[in-house]
Design a protein around this ligand. Structure first.
Ligand SMILES: O=C(O)CCC(=O)C(=O)O
Ligand SMILES: [Fe+2]
Length: 812
């Protein structure tokens, strides 16, 4: 389709719109290594990072155009498939970056949904470098043709690399070796379609971005692609000029990897897609992009040294020490104004034979006028596909910051046990399971499995080593972690307890402890009468069991659990632990005054525990309005109490944060709450538009609070939007939670499953019932110090950059 005869089928590109004058290089001359063509390629790569390659100039080129036409046919057919069929192969960042992206899946500058759809075919899939991925039969049947096209396109771009190597005076093969077709990478053939937009309602179809890989080879017939004029304001529509497709030519552009390798000599320019100009706007636009990304482990550092024109590090400059895949995820950070690596994004002057040499951007041609603009030194948006990756990156950095404090996986240590605390292990594993689910990062999975099984006791989280001082709430967190594992299909441990049975074990042992003798019911805080909280009935124990029962009801579709959930809810609201007129949640009541005086202590997680339970009941009862009122009431009171403007709309445990008196337990609360809010947004869809923006702001603030020691150390007080000097496992756990919670929008179709929607954890309805641990009231000696705060250990972890989230969230 990119040949003359296809151009004739559509209205001509109008002559009265400004266009970027891109140099048109002859493929024949490039093949013949024509010196002038090589220099022209280099100058275009420095100036605008965009040029045309004319394939009509030789038989090899014409052959390539035939292959491209065939891909255009496949493009039309693939995008013409029924939505339902395409959605079977949905591209699901963060887990799957290949497959079909539907219209509206990404956003444009102003937050509205995009108008671009595409099918991403992974190179590794097609060449056999990875296991095959599922694709529609149309693609499956065309594997060999697609493979040929990829090989040819790769050959063309390798030729481009070879010219760049010559001009940069790099040893031949240097750039090509960083992106071989034989090594795993994110390289893809993207088949894009843009339907015509109604005249009254037109907008950007694909958000302005730079390509994060190294080189892109793009064919299209209709206009629509626009480049940002160098130095211009991306918010001003006049700054964007069309790149006019030419018959028989591909548009080649450089991506960000080239900027890194060349220390800023080569240029990666902002571009976007909008409706086609003039009469063309009425036709459907197809384009075919072959996007090369370096192999995952490729170094991103500048290729200085030897004869190369690439300058060695200057004072104040730092080498990029990341691998390509690390760097892809971290790139978003470079955008934050004032950071070293954001200053030069291409077009850096070079020294040629002792003289400095600089190339301007591109010439803008329009009727009667032609002018050159300054080069663009400031890339304002990163590749759109990076949005997800930068949140993943933040989550991964926070999870790492958490796990460096964990020693349970070391020889001689106890799996699942965190010094000076037992319950936190459950909260930590819950965070790691969710982290795994939303990021796809399996790094900590074996720690999770081992620790969760090790602490399981007889299958109900009353392990004999700690059972003498475990409280109901402590045990509950492990139960909720196991429930989460079941709902997210965390891999089962073949010779261990099933996740579901562990959750059932906790539930069964706890309902046994329901205390009808005092205050008409309720769970006590403590199990043992020698513990000081034995005479108290608190929200987290009751709200936790309420939540667990609701989740078990939904997972197993068994009303017995739901009945218990209702019973706990009724008791909690009657006792005003949950006040259904104000939706305030107290921390506890005391048996000493017949539970008549709920306290005024406000903790995020008490709200969150009940909110999550109500959300599950709403979902379980098929959206019954009875449960919607509590869901909305608790959601609103959570946000207005803990994320008000006073706290920069950022989740704050108001009880301790301003006074800087939060203990290690308390530091974890708001992260747990963030996670429960996120699940609520998923299973009660009407809450989504309230919850997600709130979670975004919290994550943005948290990212800014994770700037300690220049190594992403996270503090406690997110709301002050800077690091507060605190550090520890708990701080990092909370930020891990708020970051994965922000990945929910990218994984909307899944989330917590049930036994009838893909959950396969084995049920054991009587789990824990034959375990007498925890039902005896014989006093046992307490092991000292379990509730004492852990000392703060200095974390030193390097490399990643959480503040990327700041940009990410503000840019959406
Ligand atoms: O459709 C086009 O012309 C451009 C697509 C693009 O920029 C991309 O996929 O990165
Ligand atoms: Fe692009």
């Amino acid at each position: 389709m990119p040949t003359e005869r296809y151009f004739k089928k559509v209205p001509p590109f109008p002559s009265d719109v400004p266009v970027a004058k891109l140099p048109r290089l002859s493929y024949a001359k490039l093949l013949a290594r024509d010196e002038a063509e090589s220099v022209a390629l280099f100058n275009a790569s420095r100036g605008s990072g965009f040029f045309l390659v004319d394939f009509t100039t030789c038989p090899e080129g014409q052959k390539f155009l035939e292959h491209a036409e065939r891909m255009f046919e496949i493009n039309e057919q693939v995008n013409a498939l029924e939505q339902d069929e395409l959605m079977k192969y949905a591209y699901r960042p963060p887990h799957h970056l290949f497959g079909y992206k539907h219209v509206g899946n990404l956003k444009i500058e102003d937050g509205r949904p995009d108008r671009c759809e595409f099918y991403n075919i992974g190179q590794d899939d097609i060449t056999g470098v990875s296991d095959p991925l599922p694709n529609p039969p149309l693609i499956e049947n065309s594997r060999s043709e697609i493979k040929t096209y990829m090989e040819k396109a790769y050959e063309v771009l390798s030729l481009v690399c070879s010219h760049l190597e010559t001009q940069l005076r790099l040893p031949q093969g240097t750039l090509v070796a960083l992106q071989p077709q034989t090594r795993p990478s994110g390289t893809a053939l993207r088949m894009l379609r843009y339907l015509p937009q109604p005249e009254q309602d037109r907008q950007t179809s694909l958000l302005g971005h730079t390509d994060i890989g190294s080189l892109t080879l793009l064919f299209n017939v209709l206009g629509g692609l626009q480049l940002l004029s160098p130095g211009a304001d991306p918010k001003d529509n006049n700054s964007w000029v069309y790149a006019q497709p030419q018959p028989g030519c591909a548009i080649v552009n450089l991506g960000d990897a080239m900027v890194e390798w060349s220390a800023g000599i080569l240029r990666s320019n902002m571009h976007r897609v909008t409706f086609a100009p003039g009469e063309q706007s009425k036709s459907t636009r197809y384009s075919l992009a072959y996007l090369i990304r370096p192999f995952g482990q490729a170094p991103m550092k500048r290729l200085a040294g030897g004869e190369s024109l690439i300058p060695p590090l200057e004072e104040g400059e730092e080498d990029n020490k990341m691998t390509a895949s690390e760097w892809e995820s971290h790139k978003a950070v470079a955008i934050k104004a004032g950071r070293d690596n954001a200053r030069s994004r291409g077009g850096r002057e070079i020294k040629l034979d002792g003289k400095s040499d600089i190339v301007s951007g591109f010439t803008v041609g329009s009727v009667g006028a032609s002018h050159t603009k300054k080069r663009n030194n400031c890339v304002l948006f990163a590749d759109i596909y990076l949005l997800v990756e930068s949140i993943i990156d933040a989550a991964s950095s926070a999870a790492y910051g958490m796990m460096i404090h964990y020693t349970g996986n070391e020889t001689g240590q106890i799996p699942g046990k965190i010094p000076n605390t037992w319950w936190e292990g459950g909260a930590m594993f819950m965070a790691l399971i969710e982290y795994w689910y939303y990021t796809g990062d399996t790094t900590y999975n074996s720690e999770v499995s081992t620790g969760m099984q090790w602490q399981a006791g007889d299958g109900d989280y009353m392990p004999s080593n700690y059972s003498s001082y475990i409280g109901n709430d402590d045990q509950m967190f492990w139960g909720l972690a196991a429930m989460t594992a079941a709902e997210l299909n965390f891999p089962e441990v073949s010779d261990g307890y099933s996740w579901l049975s562990l959750a059932q074990g906790v539930y069964n042992t706890q309902i046994e402890r329901w205390d009808s003798e005092d205050c008409g019911g309720g769970m006590r805080w403590q199990i043992w009468n020698y513990e000081s909280g034995f005479t108290m009935k608190n929200s987290i124990s009751n709200g936790g069991l309420f939540q667990l029962a609701a989740r078990l009801a939904r997972y197993t579709n068994n009303d017995t659990y739901a009945d218990w959930a209702e019973k706990i809810w009724d008791w909690s609201t009657t006792q005003l632990l949950v006040d259904t007129s104000t939706w305030a949640v107290a921390d506890s009541v005391s048996i000493s005054n017949n539970c008549s005086e709920p306290d005024h202590t406000r903790w995020t997680y008490n709200y969150g525990a009940y909110l999550m339970g109500a959300a599950y009941m709403y979902n379980y009862t098929n959206d019954s309005s009875t449960w919607l009122t509590p869901v909305n009431g608790l959601m609103n009171s959570t946000l207005s109490t803990f994320a008000s403007a006073t706290y920069n709309n950022t989740l704050t445990d108001i009880q301790c944060e301003t006074s800087e008196t939060c203990d290690n337990n308390e530091i974890i609360f708001k992260g747990l709450t963030a996670g429960w809010l996120a699940f609520t947004a998923l299973i009660v869809p009407s809450t989504y538009t309230t919850i997600m923006p709130a979670l975004k702001i919290s994550a943005q603030s948290a990212a800014e609070a994770c700037t300690g020691y220049s190594n992403n150390t996270c503090g406690v007080r997110w709301s002050i939007k800077s690091w507060d000097g605190w550090i520890g496992l708990e701080e990092s756990m909370s930020t891990t939670n708020v970051f994965w919670a922000n990945l929910i929008p990218y994984n909307m179709t899944s989330g917590p499953v049930t036994s009838t929607t893909g959950g396969n954890s084995t049920s054991n309805p009587t789990a824990g019932t034959d375990d007498s641990t925890g039902t005896s009231d014989t006093p046992r000696p307490i092991t000292a110090g379990d509730r004492a705060g852990a000392g703060f250990i200095t974390a030193l972890f390097a490399g990643s950059v959480i503040s990327g989230v700041y940009w990410l969230i503000t840019s959406e």
